[in-house]
Ligand binder design. Structure first.
Ligand code: GSH
Length: 199
């Protein structure tokens, strides 16, 4: 079993999908969380200067979704066939395209709030409608078993719902999917024990 060290800030953010995958597979790893104040001195030592990174026996992988896709494959939740894997990737990228619209690092609180409100009010409905249509009456987004696309929906919608609690009220099937993910015993245990953070 490789030695895993996941480095990120003390947030769910872009590392949480990987933490879900570690929890789901029951794999031991170091959940290394750095203080924002220490980041300027750490940044130059990190390849490509962004977090998260995952060290696998000392090899550094960057890009949150490359890390998560690797862990999803290792955990057997990347999709059961090449087509399912492509579909799971596509759903993850679709959700991620939406998440990257938000100005997460904006310091001006007025500007930040206006942008968040606009995206949540005007852009989220289209994503939710499309995701709901894609899910339909299936149990999981892709194939007959849980994939990392379901995890990514849960992780990202947790943050979105913390910004706008009624966001998905018109989509009970998407909310029920969240409940199914959160009811998986390893995920439930992780959610229970993880450090609390706003994002
Ligand atoms: N596409 C990259 C990924 O998914 O990993 C984005 C990485 C990224 O922007 N990370 C942010 C970061 O490292 C935190 S979420 N910010 C500090 C900086 O840019 O100095």
């Amino acid at each position: 079993m490789p030695q895993y060290k996941l480095t990120y800030f003390n947030l769910r953010g872009r590392a949480e999908i990987s933490r879900y995958l570690f929890a789901y597979s029951g794999t031991k790893y170091e959940d290394h969380r750095i203080e924002a104040a220490d980041w300027p001195k750490i940044k130059p030592t990190v390849p490509f200067g962004k977090l998260p990174i995952l060290e696998v026996d000392g090899v550094i992988i960057h890009q949150s979704l490359a890390i998560a896709r690797y862990l999803a494959r290792e955990a057997g939740v990347a999709g059961q066939t090449p087509v399912e894997q492509a579909l799971a990737d596509a759903i993850v990228d679709t959700i991620d395209d939406f998440m990257t619209l938000f100005p997460w690092a904006e310091k001006n609180q007025d500007v930040r709030k206006k942008a968040f409100d606009d995206i949540l009010t005007n852009k989220a409905p289209e994503l939710l409608k499309d995701l709901d249509t894609f899910l339909g009456d299936k149990k999981w987004l892709v194939g007959n078993s849980v994939t990392w696309a379901d995890f990514y929906w849960d992780v990202c919608s947790t943050t979105l719902l913390s910004c706008k609690p009624d966001l998905a009220d018109k989509y009970p099937r998407l909310l029920a999917l969240r409940e199914r993910v959160q009811a998986l015993p390893a995920i439930a245990a992780w959610i229970q024990k993880r450090p609390k953070s706003v994002m």
